[in-house]
Design a protein around this ligand. Structure first.
Ligand code: NAP
Length: 298
């Protein structure tokens, strides 16, 4: 991959796992990469990874993406600094082993795995349009099957029901909370909102796609592997993709000239794939956008 100078890419979650590989590959190809990092030590490690010769191509803005105020502030800083954004990779994400809430009172999977992506797609709308950007949302195929162990039986897709929901803080409630399902629901929300935003961005040449990167040996895996299998953690990691291989899908969707104009798709690694019917329900998409917008308008 070459020839990305002088393009600007916003990549979240660039201080770890796949995001670090995505950021480094884009920088190597000549792009300027902007990221938002919550931990100064992890930000320094990213600077060291990128190397002294490429420092001028890396812009790290402090912030915690699960916090509405941090996201709004970071988006404003980015818009003030960059007239155009050409690539946005919403890669930051986490799986939480128990129910936690963000500083804004929103369940953490919803706050980080969904709202951070929604917030950047919408708060950065003007520079994304000026750059005719490619937006890539790193989702997870858990949205198609929420079973943690898939030994037998049928896939169990993530569910989303916004009937009677007035506030995103009501989603993934304490009653019946299952972490893996909560994670998958947030990823389903990202894909669902992405389909609607893909349509609204089309006249401006902005594309929005989502990807499942494969099962990749990164820090998130420590939380995702069922407790029963954790003693075999090192062995299990060896059967997974490396972070570099995992980064390849998002990088391809963000840069491959053959995918020019492709939008509103979900890719499971290299291949276009389907998502649960509810994600294509236009009334559901509109409801989700309205709720999300009211979260950021508060
Ligand atoms: N690994 C897999 O098998 C797999 C499979 C499907 C989908 N995914 C998705 O792929 C994406 C990347 O995950 P990964 O596997 O590379 O995980 P990772 O190694 O744990 O990296 C996650 C990144 O997100 C950042 N992050 C987490 N919480 C944040 C917050 N509140 N504010 C700002 N940044 C935050 C982390 O920053 P810190 O350095 O501060 O922790 C880190 O840079 C995620 O969206 C994940 O859901 C992963």
């Amino acid at each position: 991959m070459t020839g990305l100078s002088p393009r600007t890419a916003v990549v979240t979650g660039a201080t770890g796992g796949m995001g670090k590989m995505i950021a480094a590959a884009l920088i190597d190809a000549g792009a300027r990469v902007v990221t938002i990092a919550r931990d100064p030590a992890r930000a320094d490690a990213l600077r060291a990874h990128v190397g002294p010769d490429n420092q001028h191509r890396l812009d790290i803005i402090p912030g915690d993406l699960s916090r509405r105020d941090d996201l709004r502030t970071a988006a404003q800083v980015i818009e003030d600094r960059y007239e155009q954004i050409h690539i946005l990779v919403n890669n930051a994400g986490a799986h939480f082993p128990d129910r936690r809430t963000s500083a804004d009172g929103v369940e953490m999977h919803i706050a980080l795995d969904y709202l951070a992506a929604y917030g950047l797609m919408t708060r950065l709308g003007a520079p994304l349009r000026r750059g005719r950007a490619r937006v890539v949302n790193v989702a997870s195929d858990t949205l198609n099957d929420t079973r943690q162990l898939k030994l037998a039986g049928k896939p169990r897709p993530a569910t989303l029901d916004l009937t009677g929901v007035d506030d995103l803080a009501a989603l993934n409630p304490p009653d019946g909370f299952v972490p893996f399902e909560a994670y998958a629901r947030a990823k389903l929300m990202t894909v669902t909102a992405g389909y609607a935003l893909a349509r609204s961005f089309t006249p401006d040449g902005v594309t929005v796609n989502a990807v499942h990167p494969g099962i990749v040996a990164t820090d998130i895996i420590d939380d995702l592997v069922p407790a029963l299998l954790r003693p075999f953690g090192t062995l299990i990691r060896r059967t997974m993709l490396t972070p570099t291989d995992g980064a390849a899908t998002a990088l391809r969707i963000a840069t491959d000239p053959a995918l020019e104009g492709v939008t509103g798709q979900y890719f499971n690694q290299g291949l276009a794939a389907t998502t649960p019917p509810i994600s294509h329900d236009v009334a559901m998409q509109e409801r989700l956008l309205a709720l999300s917008e009211s979260h950021f308008a508060t």
